[in-house]
Design a protein around this ligand. Sequence first.
Ligand code: GTQ
Length: 348
Amino acid sequence: MERLQEETTERLEFYQRLDGVHAAPLWAVLSQLVRPEPRSRCVPHKWDYAGMRSLLMEAGGLITAKEAERRVLVLENPGIRGLSQITQSLYSGLQLILPGEIAPSHRHAAAAMRLIVEGGGGYTAVNGERIPMAPGDFILTPSWTYHDHGNLGDEPVIWLDGLDLPIVNLFDASFAQTYPSGDVQEITRLAGDAQARYGSNMLPPEYVPDNKSSPLFHYPYARVKEALLQIGGADKLDPCHGIKLQYVNPVTGGYPMPTMAAYMQLLTAGFSGRPSRSTDATVYNVCEGAGVTLIGNERIEWSMGDVFIAPSWNTVAHQASERSVLFSFSDRAAQKALGLWREERLND
Ligand code: GTQ
């Protein structure tokens, strides 16, 4: 696939005429187009939480959440600057809501996942229900559902957003609307409603979902951590991933959203993982602990709150200097649905 043709003047003249009719010779681009294996333009990178937090606070003094609509610092992969993308397929950013603020209600075709990093008293309203936010909580906003955010507490609330915007835009399938009557959607359900209906290992009889996302919007950290610790005390660790669980849609047992997958993993103190690689570029957030992850040729040192990215098909090996919990998300759901996803475990 790496063959290069010798170009004659005759051929070059021909290519020029092709260019004039908006056509091009495949043989000149074939090896770029049909790659023998993934070679991402994205690079491994870490966004240091302390630095990003102070920039977010600065943003908090410059613009209100209401004026910004969403006061977010977009995390741009250094290999593809200017596209508002952290990977080829995903958008990610850090969002701040200050006490008393409101981020007005809107809906869009893009689906969002959120991992709360800091603060109590924040909430997201989805589907007529207010979902409280606590650090480590995983919260979903399915495609085309109205959502607004607020902060009823007395400290800043910060979370990591993950959206499938680049996928929606790849398909030129983006729609968005603001809520028709005011900044805040009408609350029609009691707090904990979705948790009770769909999050108790039970479902309403013959339940038929009305969209492709999990009807459960809130996966509290306390439960996830308890599960990880319980398994960690009993089981052998996976040599690459430690103790890792994936978030599920309770109706299907599958991924929580049609495009995105998300995970929480526990690495015991001193864990030194074997390298593996997969086709889904993965965004990590450090919920607890500290360590180092070797990604391709980069060495990424991380601690609580840091966000880092492992591009597609880069080898990833985690090492934890203390007991650590890592959240991660990727486009694995989309890749699997399309039959593209691959994984390889390497022996080191
Ligand atoms: O919270 O609705 O980071 O619409 C980017 C776009 C967050 C949101 C983002 C959004 C949102």
